[in-house]
Design a protein around this ligand. Structure first.
Ligand SMILES: Cc1cc2ncn([C@H]3O[C@H](COP(=O)(O)O)[C@@H](O)[C@H]3O)c2cc1C
Ligand SMILES: O=C(O)c1cccnc1
Length: 364
């Protein structure tokens, strides 16, 4: 980073790698359970993957924790979202009052939902129980300047680290990050385009619902923002550097999510990814600390078209594909019951020996 502040030590720690031993043992265990081998398909694979990530014989998707990061985006000044940015603040209230989709889902799942403001334009004191980690009243307009200073970028990563550590302290086994921020599909697309060195066209989508000329305008704004930063850096490739991409075209909540993903990977807490914004944050985390992706499962495939590109760059396949495009962590939360089911099966089914059932390959 230009005029970089000192990177804190935690950012230099490597992500923990899934245990090969536990993967092998979990695979062997699955084949001892009273079912034809492989007959529970992806449910088997999910339990095995969690066992490896958690370094455990007993994979667990509970307790799960949802940390929802909120922030505003300077790029909304360019007309990239059909929604008034004040909705970011209004939705924060809705989250804590229990009326938003993710609030209902969290209740249904019996999961804690923590709402963390890392940079909304809320004037004055925040209502309880929103956590106040405000770094700036929204990012700067990335079309004209860097979205964040280097210090703000590090502070956003730090807010994510804190959330991951709070989760660890309360014994969380599975971490979901949600987001709220009008304009954040633009930041997610710009960040993905910068990191993947790809044109904005395939990565910009409708977000909350742009179509036709308005969607083309969004694409042009993001392409112009990318050119501006590449030009400022003096080389087209320099924007693929995650330290530059994150702060120049990212969002405060997106960088906080990346910090949380990174810290979860270091701590061995499994991460369940959500949609496009989450995917873009995951790509940033992976580029900041290669290997972070090994700790991730993907809850769903968003209807936002760029999501597929981002998750295929991470080598992840979705548990669900329901045409959802909300964010907030809603796609991850929807996939959570299946992960719970996968773990319950792995941990509680009888083996052939326990149940006195003849194993297929013993038959002559
Ligand atoms: C009422 C409402 C609730 C939401 N919850 C999540 N989003 C989602 O839409 C926003 C991104 O879309 P864009 O880039 O087009 O502004 C983000 O806040 C995202 O979390 C919402 C959007 C709205 C309008
Ligand atoms: O995929 C997502 O996370 C998404 C898509 C559109 C709007 N907000 C979020």
């Amino acid at each position: 980073m230009e005029n970089s502040p000192q990177q804190p030590n935690w950012l230099q720690e490597s992500p923990a790698q899934p245990s090969l031993t536990h993967r092998e043992r979990a695979l062997e265990h699955q084949d001892q359970l009273t079912k034809p081998p492989g007959s529970l398909g992806e449910l088997e694979a999910l339990a095995v993957q969690l066992a490896a990530i958690q370094n455990s014989h007993n994979p667990a998707a509970e307790p799960a924790h949802i940390a929802l990061f909120a922030a505003d985006h300077g790029i909304t000044a360019e007309g990239v979202s059909p929604i008034d940015p004040v909705v970011t603040q209004q939705m924060m209230t809705n989250f804590v009052n229990g009326g938003a989709a993710i609030s209902v889902m969290a209740r249904e799942l019996g999961c804690e939902l923590e709402v963390i403001d890392v940079g909304s334009r809320w004037p004055g004191e925040l209502p309880q129980p929103i956590l106040d980690r405000r770094i700036a009243p929204g990012t700067a307009n990335m079309r004209r300047e860097a979205a964040m200073s280097p210090e703000q970028f590090l502070a956003a990563l730090e807010a994510g680290r804190e959330a991951a550590e709070r989760a660890q302290q309360s014994g969380v086994k599975l971490f979901i990050a949600g987001e709220m921020g009008i304009g954040n599909t633009s930041a997610a697309a710009a960040l993905a385009a910068a990191l993947l060195e790809a044109p904005a066209a395939g990565l910009v989508g409708p977000g909350t619902g742009l179509q036709g000329p308005a969607l083309r305008h969004k694409e042009e704004v993001i392409e112009a923002a990318l050119s501006f930063h590449r030009h400022e850096l003096g080389s087209p490739g320099a924007l693929a550097n995650p330290w530059e991409a994150g702060r120049r075209v990212g969002g405060l909540e997106i960088c906080a999510m990346a910090g949380a993903y990174l810290r979860c990977a270091q701590l061995g807490i499994a991460v369940l990814l959500d949609g496009y914004i989450s995917g873009s944050a995951a790509l940033l985390a992976e580029r900041l600390a290669p290997g972070t992706k090994e700790n991730m499962l993907l809850g769903h495939c968003s209807a936002e078209p760029g999501h597929r590109r981002v998750v295929s760059a991470l080598g992840l396949s979705p548990i669900l594909s329901l045409g959802m495009r909300l964010g907030e962590g809603s796609g991850a939360a929807t996939a959570l019951p299946l992960l719970r089911m996968a773990c319950a099966i792995h941990n509680n089914m009888a083996t052939f020996a326990q149940a006195g059932v003849t194993q297929g390959d013993n038959h002559q």
